[in-house]
Design a protein around this ligand. Sequence first.
Ligand SMILES: Nc1ncnc2c1ncn2[C@@H]1O[C@H](COP(=O)(O)OP(=O)(O)O)[C@@H](O)[C@H]1O
Ligand SMILES: [Mg+2]
Length: 252
Amino acid sequence: MCKIITITGQKGGSGKSTVAVNLSACLALFEKKTLLIDCDPQASSTSWSGIKDSASKYSLPDVLAAKCSIEQAVQPTQLNYLEVIPSEFSLMIWAAKLSAMPENQKILKLLLDEIREAYEFIIIDSPSSYHFLSLAALTASQSLIITLSPDAEPEKEFSLMARAMKYIRNNHQIKLTIARIIGNRFDSRDHMINAWESDFSYRLKDLSFKLTIPDDRTIDQARKNGMPVVLHDFKSPSARAYLSVARELTAL
Ligand SMILES: Nc1ncnc2c1ncn2[C@@H]1O[C@H](COP(=O)(O)OP(=O)(O)O)[C@@H](O)[C@H]1O
Ligand SMILES: [Mg+2]
């Protein structure tokens, strides 16, 4: 059965796109058929997932504009088990049009119903704030992975996320769960918990992956080369951490 997971987190720059790309690539290396959907007009995960040149160059906004089917927007990557639905800036324009009707927040879910059976994992990279695109991503998902970087305010973040989850449950009758927290730019889970030194942060420990993703300049080198860090340098600290996190995710 396909697991549909949105990578979320309130702070811009917390590493959502980085997590989406690198986790998807590691799942694919473990031979899990994975689809990465870039649901952000910034298109960061599109630009660094190394999409091969292909005859069809449709992207998510083309699907929303009914210029193509969702299958036609699926692009191959360097990895056999990983495909991507790319984004581009016009996604912002379609989001603005569709946001006029709250019922449209279900659009991605309805589109994914057509293709989900072809995949073991669908990973959605979403924008930071709670606007139409992130609500559409959450509505299409069964669970979330929340990215927390050292500048996060976890208490505030969880309170907003709880309200968004309640909104989706009440308006679309969809029950979302939090799959895991991923600590980004931390040396260890204890380092992450101690960074905030609040009672609340201790309760996050059980929800966190065993390994955190360390601060690692290899990440930026990989992004500049348009490839996931496991393909750029599989011995780097971040590549090893992503492999461990992906392994843990496949066992959930
Ligand atoms: N663990 C890390 N170590 C070093 N740089 C990182 C790490 N995670 C993310 N980055 C860098 O931080 C920047 C923002 O990450 P990004 O994934 O685009 O954030 P978001 O999608 O949440 O806005 C990117 O330049 C990315 O390469
Ligand atoms: Mg991003």
